[in-house]
Design a binder for this molecule. Sequence first.
Ligand SMILES: O=C(O)C1=C[C@@H](OP(=O)(O)O)[C@@H](O)[C@H](O)C1
Ligand SMILES: C=C(OP(=O)(O)O)C(=O)O
Length: 427
Amino acid sequence: MTLKLDYKKPSLKGNIQVPGDKSISHRSIMFGAMASGKTTIEGFLLGADCLSTISCFRKLGVDIDLNGEVVTINSKGAEGWKEPSEVLDAGNSGTTTRLMLGLLAATNFHTVIAGDESIAKRPMKRIVDPLRQMGADIRGRQNGQFTPLAIQGTKLSAINYTLPVASAQVKSAILLAALYANGVTQIEERVATRDHTEIMLSHFGVDIKRENTAIRLEGGQKLTASHVKVPGDISSAAFMLGAALITKNSEVRLQNVGINPTRTGILDVVKQMGADLELIEMDTEGERSAELIIRSSDLKGVEISGALIPRLIDEIPVIALIATQCHGTTVIRDAEELRVKETDRISAVVAELSKMGADITATEDGMIINGPTPLVGAEMQTYGDHRLGMMAAVASLVTEGHVLIDDPDCIAVSYPGFIEHLNSLLR
Ligand SMILES: O=C(O)C1=C[C@@H](OP(=O)(O)O)[C@@H](O)[C@H](O)C1
Ligand SMILES: C=C(OP(=O)(O)O)C(=O)O
């Protein structure tokens, strides 16, 4: 069903608690299922992707109770999982597919994992290759490049592995397999990626060490069931932050947003653009979080590349939109990973913002945006990608004329209630 947004250039005022962090929510289910005993989670993201993770573990026989954003897991540990009689459905979630491969490789039974049309196009060899080096038995189309993937669980051995792509999903899949492998696994990470897996493993009592760019983990360690507090997702907050920055006379407060330094590239970028942004850090254990206060700002273009890219990879669609309202040129480089997300986010962002009148050009590994340009209403396509849907909705706040969004339901992959939250800020 198409959504029509006709906002007439409002101001935004108010407070929002964005939903729980998607990366941390996925991991909390997986780790709770690996630990023997009762794990409780608060602030869990009820997005479609995280619900896919829950459904996969339920099919493995893990008892998971969902009560609003509170989740209770009762597990006998990975030893208690049973062979599922059905295909595990990862839906639209790359994180579910890839991290679960690491775990399924080490069981003593057979599984098949698959997802939607988008998942079937996303590269899996990046996970399958290192897992095969550990001894995993995984088969799939094009020698394991694409889902559906069939996994015959088996005994694994530790590896020394240098990550060929800056991907937290690859790193995490190997670390999860390493927990059940013989020996000490070492991963060399040349460019830092989100470290939620490492933080949560420590929280569940696993001894994991980082020395400069090397991460080391000895197999055979047991997880201790725990309590997890999930902060708000900075990748979701980014859309509200972008909305407040580009609309006039706005002031928005975003409470309890995760500010793990491996995720805060968006904050560094908007500060460099000249954003009026305040951050009040909260006193939390484990993952750091803060209240963000954002006001409308006069912005200038910046260059974004290198080690910054993994720290804001999912925020590039909204950064591109913000850049259309900046004075001068914004150049985004080294972001070729965007081509293998839910859709090719370089082509999709450029095509969709161009429809609105933006001056934006695709490059092989990024895009170049000149601003500021007035935007006009258009018929926007999401390509089934939640972040494209939210980008279009935020853009509609500043367009002359209304915006149509072809598939707004996909937004619920990471931010159910997004349009309602945006509407609650309208003044
Ligand atoms: O580990 C994670 O939770 C994620 C890692 C990133 O993917 P890559 O590892 O493919 O970069 C990110 O884009 C994705 O939304 C979530
Ligand atoms: C790329 C994303 O997620 P995943 O890889 O889990 O599908 C995302 O949420 O932007």
